[in-house]
Design a protein around this ligand. Sequence first.
Ligand code: BT5
Length: 323
Amino acid sequence: MNETRRQVLAALADGPVGGPTLADELDVSRAAVWKHVEAIREAGFGVESDDDGYRLTSVPAYGGLAIAHGLDAPYEIEYHESLASTNTRARELADGGAGDVVVVADEQTGGRGRLDREWAAPPGGVYASILTRPTVPPSQVPLATLAAAVAVTRAAREAGVDARIKWPNDVLVAVDEPTDGSDGDGNAEYRKLAGILTEMEGEADRVSWLVVGIGANVDADDLPPTATSLRERGGADVDRRVFLQRVLEEFHDLGTDAAAVLPAWREHALTLGQRVRVETPTGEVVGEAVDIEPPGALLVETADGVVRVSAGDCEHLRPVDAS
Ligand code: BT5
């Protein structure tokens, strides 16, 4: 995205500002300012102009420039109405040498989950892949997945939806939680609000690129029965643009700093304290999930002692203290 266009947009938001003033401030021609203003209008922004100059009157619901506008994180936004998969596109950009780009689509026609599973991505959801080049070893990458889960959870909570994290990458919401503020019987049914697909390339001691793909349901149409959405769970006024901006800002702030990520993850974890069954590449582990440790391993207390699980699919059985 054109940096000057972002600057023009920011100036209009602080407006009114005259075209000649803007041209001077940004060191571009008046014709260039006019072209940027026209492009901003074409992107769906409301821009009024009168004797005092240009002024921003409205921001479109979604789109590349709209997401970039007011975003407090150093990412470029590449927006598509429709893509097969934002992760696939981000990988292409990575192969071309790009970094600090977020690929966003309104819908995906070939959304991917982990292990070649499908991700349903109808129009109206948040599908975003954050491409970065962190200076960390590959072993730290699980922290980025946890950071993304925390970021989505915090943004959902800000939108009024009580989201929790299921290890390692699912954000869930209870669909039959009591509304009187009590904890209920501990057997609430949870549905999936968001999932994260992390991909990377690197050498033993250094990540080359990292793509963290986030899929979050905002609207409820055409979702699998095990899914839920922000709108369905009461976030009726959720602004998809602001939600994504908050996710990106939180993700950027957390980084891959274990001291920041793990306490935040623990705070929102649904998995800790539960009886779990984890399908790992080397077999099944059943026991109580007791903690998470860097860079993202789940500690499961089994009949044979504590087992450290780095990867796998986790199923919550029943809470340990439920009868
Ligand atoms: C995930 O996989 O949860 C990772 C999903 C990542 C999707 C994002 S969207 C942006 C970026 N571009 C991509 O192509 N992908 C990423 P996993 O843990 O394997 O869960 C997949 C399972 O979730 C499926 O087998 C379904 O059961 C379920 N599922 C599919 N679509 C869903 C949806 N929209 N909401 C909730 N659950 C869904």
